[in-house]
Design a protein around this ligand. Structure first.
Ligand SMILES: [Zn+2]
Length: 269
């Protein structure tokens, strides 16, 4: 299992087993057979912009698959910085629709389509209820650019600007080339639904918590994984950044412990 990152882990905590760390600037190479490579493209959570950290985004490579989880601010730049062509990713999984996890989606949707090497296949997206609507509205919002570049003068691929969006439910949401992705419910206070994801390949596994508090479902689904990428929050630092008490209380409520009811439990079967 290989995990690499560019800057400090910021808002993420890694629970690791059999870990090899690589510097982010290292040239991108083929992932060894039967292995999973995880690249932390961005680890900064929240709407605040940082000059030295990108927003939440994690690339998981396995079995020839490149799967992106969340697309926070600057995820496209970080992908290129990591040595990938802009069109390297065509599969995106969203934990939830808070802006700091999706603000990079239009960039991922539009830029690789209209810059060499062009994306000529649709961008496929899995996420909570509302994902399909979001993508439909994004296509409407960028209708001018899409029309001009596709239909008027530059003739970019009609297939490449399509998006295939899925509003998912808990359970297995993706399976190809021996790679499976399982979505499971986690807790983010009143922000529902919110999914964590577990990727399994050739006996290896990595899980991403999404924004969450400690909860039974996360513990059960992630038991025995090789790598857990988990959100962390420093409440005291947050208090200095969020002076309004009512807003602070709302954020803290998202990180208090959640008891999982039977109907919310996720099975890996
Ligand atoms: Zn959130």
């Amino acid at each position: 299992m290989i995990v690499r990152c560019r800057y400090s882990f910021g808002a993420l905590v890694l629970s690791l087993c059999s870990l090899a760390t690589h510097t982010f600037a290292q040239a991108t190479s083929e992932v060894p057979p039967k292995d999973i490579r995880v690249t932390l493209l961005g680890t900064a959570s929240g709407p605040r912009a940082f000059v030295d950290k990108a927003g939440i985004s994690t690339l998981v490579e396995a079995g020839g698959e490149r799967l992106l989880f969340d697309a926070g601010r600057g995820s496209m730049q970080r992908l290129v910085q990591a040595g990938f062509p802009m069109n390297a990713v065509t599969k995106l999984f969203l934990t939830h629709l808070h802006s700091d996890h999706v603000i990079g989606v239009p960039d991922l949707m539009l830029s690789p389509w209209s810059a060499a090497p062009e994306r000529k296949v649709p961008l496929e997206i899995w996420g909570p209820v509302g994902t399909r609507d979001m993508m439909r509205h994004l296509e409407e919002a960028f209708a001018f650019d899409i029309h001009m570049r596709r239909d008027v003068d530059e003739s970019f691929s009609p297939e490449g600007i399509k998006t295939l969006a899925h509003d998912i439910r808990p359970g297995k949401v993706y399976e190809k080339n021996g790679v499976t992705v399982t979505a499971f419910l986690v807790s983010h206070g009143l922000v529902k639904p919110l999914y964590g994801y577990r990727v399994d390949y050739a006996g290896r596994s990595v899980a991403l918590s999404g924004d969450t508090s400690p909860n039974d479902n996360l513990i059960a689904v992630c038991k025995g994984v090789d790598v857990l990428i988990h959100e962390a929050i420093d409440v005291e630092v947050l208090r200095r950044l969020v002076p309004a008490k009512s807003r602070m209380d709302a954020i803290v409520a998202r990180v208090t412990r959640w008891e999982c009811h039977a109907e919310s439990r996720t099975s890996l079967a």
